[in-house]
Design a protein around this ligand. Structure first.
Ligand SMILES: C[S@@+](CC[C@H](N)C(=O)[O-])C[C@H]1O[C@@H](n2cnc3c(N)ncnc32)[C@H](O)[C@@H]1O
Length: 228
């Protein structure tokens, strides 16, 4: 999977570029009513959800498919589990664990099959707090390039979540400002927000680099607090 290879490749630089993902994880955790003792984090990466949790817990299960991201995850009271959340066999393993709370921050937008992942989550837990980047992230760039976003629209995420859970949700927009355009494009490459797929021609990207009208990037995140 191309995006996993990119997370592995840029795991170290992700640490300097995860500004929005850190904010997202903090907000997601802060607004979650439960304070679980056995916590599962899907797409845990290098630990933004873990860092945002301020209560005492027994065990934190950090699931990820990028070994270099998991290597940077804190270890205290953590069990690192290398598995693919799009794969049913991953959930067969997870089902055996005493989980009472699930988080997924800035990760499920990469799911190949949202319906399947929500179904699997609902089978092992009665609650899920998750935040997904939506297709309105980098909307201007996609528009200028005439390409579609590789990730899901908020409406679709919400529909899928609602078919398995009662859902409270919020859609938030963020802007990240940069001193120059070159840094904007470095950010996209190294932050784990792009899919790692080259969907536009190099010449178009060069032109975009010259013509991009803003000094900021646009992000849209849907936060979902789900209960059965
Ligand atoms: C943008 S990072 C977010 C990491 C962390 N949750 C945070 O907030 O910083 C997305 C993470 O999801 C992981 N990921 C993406 N698809 C995955 C999959 N199918 N199975 C397991 N992990 C996956 C990536 O390897 C990456 O570490």
């Amino acid at each position: 999977m191309k995006h996993i290879q990119e997370f592995d490749r840029f795991a170290k630089s992700y640490q300097d570029y995860k500004i929005i993902q850190s904010k997202v994880a903090k907000y997601l955790v802060e607004k979650t009513p439960q304070k679980g003792r056995y916590i599962l984090d899907l797409g845990a990466g290098s630990g933004e959800v873990y860092r945002a949790i301020e209560w005492d817990f027994e065990c934190f299960y950090a699931v990820d498919l990028a070994a270099n991201m998991l290597a940077l995850h804190p270890s205290y009271r953590v069990r690192k589990i290398f598995c693919n959340f799009d794969d049913d066999t991953c959930f067969v393993k997870l089902k055996k664990l005493p989980i009472d709370q699930i988080f997924a921050s800035s990760s499920l937008q990469w799911s190949k099959d949202l319906n399947r992942v929500f179904k699997n989550i609902a089978a092992i837990s009665s609650n899920l707090s998750c935040a997904l980047f939506t297709s309105n992230t980098f909307a201007t760039i996609h528009q200028l390039l005439g390409i579609s976003s590789p990730i899901y629209p908020a409406k679709m995420v919400l529909e899928v979540a609602k078919s398995f859970f009662k859902v409270e949700y919020e859609i938030k927009e963020y802007k990240l400002f940069f001193p120059n355009r070159r840094l904007i494009f470095d950010y996209i490459k190294r932050s784990g927000v792009s899919s790692g797929k080259k969907r536009a021609k190099i010449a178009d990207l060069r032109q975009l680099l010259r013509n991009y009208p803003y000094t900021y990037l646009e992000f849209e995140i849907i936060f979902l607090w789900c209960q059965k």
